[in-house]
Design a protein around this ligand. Structure first.
Ligand code: GRF
Length: 201
């Protein structure tokens, strides 16, 4: 079967993007076709290029908040790369319902919480403040509602005494790098059954 063509959208260092790139080898049913960022300074762009993956930048700032115009520009490199699946990986722009509708059912995101808990930002600090016993990350299909959509996988970590948002985030990020590749592999093969990874350390 011809591997699915996966575009990965980033805004920063792209550690999840790297984990995805490094997983798409051998009999994996997908291959990266593009790494695309809204920020020309995103560190992930050089890391992707070093691995021979085509990259592109559509800087969101000139659009001054005109999300639809920015997203119309985003479509150009995505279509040129014949993208079949979009993976948001540390992509920090909110997408409009119009853009999401064009990729519905073919766009994934990773969020650093056990959704539906802690949508939005600062999830680690909020989980600690709430006295949670565990935290984690979720890969979900992207729908118009932020950090919503069908859950495709979750990985849990136990919260430890003395954890700070930074120490907790580091342990969650390790699980993100396990979860996202495992979910993409199944999703690209047409399997949407939710994956649960056992509690990390
Ligand atoms: C991660 O916490 C991820 O959950 C969130 O963005 C953060 C940075 O991701 N989406 P990365 O290192 O840029 O992949």
């Amino acid at each position: 079967m011809t591997p699915k063509r996966v575009a990965i959208l980033i805004s920063g260092g792209g550690s999840n993007m790297l984990a995805l790139l490094d997983s798409m080898t051998g009999d994996h049913p997908a291959r990266p076709c593009l790494v695309l960022s809204n920020d020309p300074a995103a560190g992930g762009l050089a890391r992707a290029a070093a691995r021979g993956v085509p990259t592109a930048v559509v800087d969101h700032r000139p659009f001054k908040g005109d999300r639809a115009a920015f997203e119309a520009e985003l479509m150009t490199p995505l279509l040129a790369a014949r993208t079949e699946i979009v993976c948001l990986a540390g992509f920090m722009r909110v997408l409009t319902a119009g853009f999401v509708a064009q990729w519905q059912g073919r766009m994934l995101n990773i969020h650093p919480s056990l959704l539906p808990k802690y949508r939005g930002l600062d999830t680690h600090a909020r989980a600690l403040a709430a006295g949670e016993a565990e935290h984690g990350c979720t890969v979900h299909e992207v729908t118009a509602a932020l950090d919503d959509g069908p859950i495709l996988g979750q990985a849990r970590v136990r919260i430890r005494p003395g954890d700070t948002p930074q120490t907790l985030a580091a342990r969650v990020l390790e699980q993100e790098h396990r979860l996202y590749p495992a979910v993409l592999r199944r999703f690209a093969a047409g399997d949407r059954t939710p994956l649960r990874l056992d509690p990390g350390t």
